[in-house]
Design a protein around this ligand. Structure first.
Ligand code: PAF
Length: 282
């Protein structure tokens, strides 16, 4: 079992001892309820560092007032059991009071990226993510921090914030882990019924169909329209299905070297997101 620290002070003591032995630190921030996707991030962090820290913290600041903060699954014991079979040295599982002892007085925001796409549908979400990730990076001071490419917009927000604030860490994006059906692994898949889980696999098929049209530069807008209709008929309530420049998420992807197709949709109780990056030939 990895050792579990609940306070910033105890974790820092462990990290100081680790650093004084000349060891490098890899960090995987999570909200827990770990699945294979998270464990793959842990493996990736271990490939690049001597010691791996996983944080498990359901961050209230990134949930909207009508979102699933209370319902979000908290499974620390089974998370630690899963981590015991992976190269994780320590878990940081703070309370809300430990992370926000004086509430929220300082916010980190990347407005150019945090008000579009998911940020438009979840106002304040990325401010909450950027603020907690800054705090976690300041606590752990890792050499490398690994995030999933599945949360593509989140990763772009974090990369931009780290570059702008000169935070001395290498940010690594890791490939999305998928179910055999193609469904991207996510803690929120737990909200899907068996039938909905089968339907949810359509999202990745949609991304691949649009990716094909983009690569062959044919019928892109028709394919996009057809795919939106197909998802809606299957019961999805679409927040967006869009093609953007993969670097800055701007709408003008046509001249870009790579594009990203991003989707966010509700299916039953679950809000699902996924994306596919496509290299463009010019
Ligand atoms: O991706 C997540 O699980 C969360 O947004 C993160 C990065 C752990 C911040 O709370």
């Amino acid at each position: 079992m990895p050792v579990v620290f609940n306070t910033v002070g105890d974790l820092r003591e462990f990290l100081n001892a680790t650093r004084s032995q000349g060891k490098t630190i890899g960090f995987v921030p999570t909200m827990g309820n770990l699945h294979q996707g998270h464990l793959d991030l842990v493996n990736k962090a271990a490939e690049m560092s001597d010691v791996v820290i996983v944080s498990i913290f359901v961050n209230p600041m990134q949930f909207g007032p009508h979102e699933d903060f209370d319902a979000y699954p908290r499974t620390l014991e089974s998370d630690c059991s899963a981590l015991a079979n992976h190269p994780c040295n320590a878990v940081f599982a703070p309370t809300v009071r430990e992370m926000y002892p004086k509430g929220v007085n300082t916010e980190i925001d990347v407005p150019s990226l945090s008000t579009i796409l998911c940020g438009h549908h979840r106002p304040g979400h990325f401010k909450g993510v950027a603020t907690v990730v800054t705090k976690l990076l300041n606590i752990v001071q890792p050499n490398v921090a690994v995030f999933g490419n599945k949360d593509y917009q989140q990763l772009q927000v974090i990369r931009t914030m780290v570059a702008d604030l000169l935070i001395p860490v290498t940010i690594v994006g890791a490939d999305t882990t998928r179910e055999p059906s193609g469904l991207a692994m996510s803690s929120r898949n737990a909200y899907l019924s068996k039938e909905e889980r089968e339907t949810a696999a359509m999202l990745y098929a949609t991304l691949k169909n649009i990716g094909e049209a983009l690569r062959s530069d044919s019928q892109v807008s028709t394919t996009l329209k057809q795919e939106k209709e197909r998802l809606t008929s299957a019961g999805f309530v679409l927040d967006y299905l869009e093609i953007r420049d993969a670097q800055d998420l701007s709408k003008s992807y046509v001249e870009a070297t790579s594009a990203v197709i991003l989707v966010a949709a509700k299916l039953g109780q679950a809000r699902l997101i996924d994306n596919l990056v496509v290299e463009l030939k010019h």
